[in-house]
Design a protein around this ligand. Structure first.
Ligand code: HEC
Length: 164
């Protein structure tokens, strides 16, 4: 009788071993794949990575008052839309460095003397001082310099960004 029972036992052992081999190889494949998935981010063009970071920062730190969505009308806004800010800082011949310096200086320490938007101060009051890391303000300002936030093209980018 004994040999008859031994056969299924051996068979089961073979099945378990096969199962383990499959499991281990699937996990090994996953382990090989995940670093390459993360690697894809590193391969993003540097400008694109900066753009995404700048948009994230603006969404968190600026757009609560400088709402780029034109819904709700001016009464629903706590500050001028960012494209209006850009118009007061961006003019013919201004270098990117000058533009960034102007924005950084105001955001770090808003004051009426530095303001280039006296009308906005009348409408909304002076922008309150908010703490934002200087490198982050530079990244945001560079983004605003490079992108016309009033263009249809930018609005499409913004919609795509919001959808994630
Ligand atoms: C709590 C609301 C609030 C937040 C948050 C905010 N702002 Fe403002 N900002 C305002 C208001 C109100 C004005 C218009 C009055 C003024 O110019 O001071 C303004 C004006 C400005 C101006 C033009 C200043 C001038 O008068 O020349 C710049 C530049 C600016 N904001 C940049 C930023 C940036 C960049 C961020 C995000 C890092 C930001 N703001 C976040 C309220 C805000």
């Amino acid at each position: 009788m004994k040999p008859q029972f031994n056969f299924p036992a051996t068979f089961r052992l073979v099945l378990i071993t096969l199962g383990l081999i499959v499991l281990v190889s699937v996990q090994a494949k996953d382990a090989l794949q995940s670093p390459s998935k993360e690697g894809a981010n590193i391969l993003l063009p540097i400008e694109q990575e900066h753009d995404i970071k700048a948009l994230k920062l603006m969404a968190q730190q600026c757009f609560s008052c400088h709402n780029p969505d034109m819904t709700g009308g001016p009464q629903s806004r706590l500050g001028p839309p960012m494209f209006m800010v850009r118009r007061h800082y961006y003019h013919e011949g201004v270098s990117k460095d000058e533009f960034i310096a102007g924005i950084v200086s105001f955001v770090k320490n808003p004051s009426e003397e530095k303001s280039r938007m006296k009308g906005a101060i009348k409408n909304f009051g002076l922008m309150p001082g908010i703490y934002v890391d200087e490198d982050d303000i530079k990244l945001i300002a560079a983004y605003i310099y490079d992108n016309d936030l009033s263009s249809e093209e930018w609005k499409k980018k913004w919609e795509a960004f919001k959808k994630g």
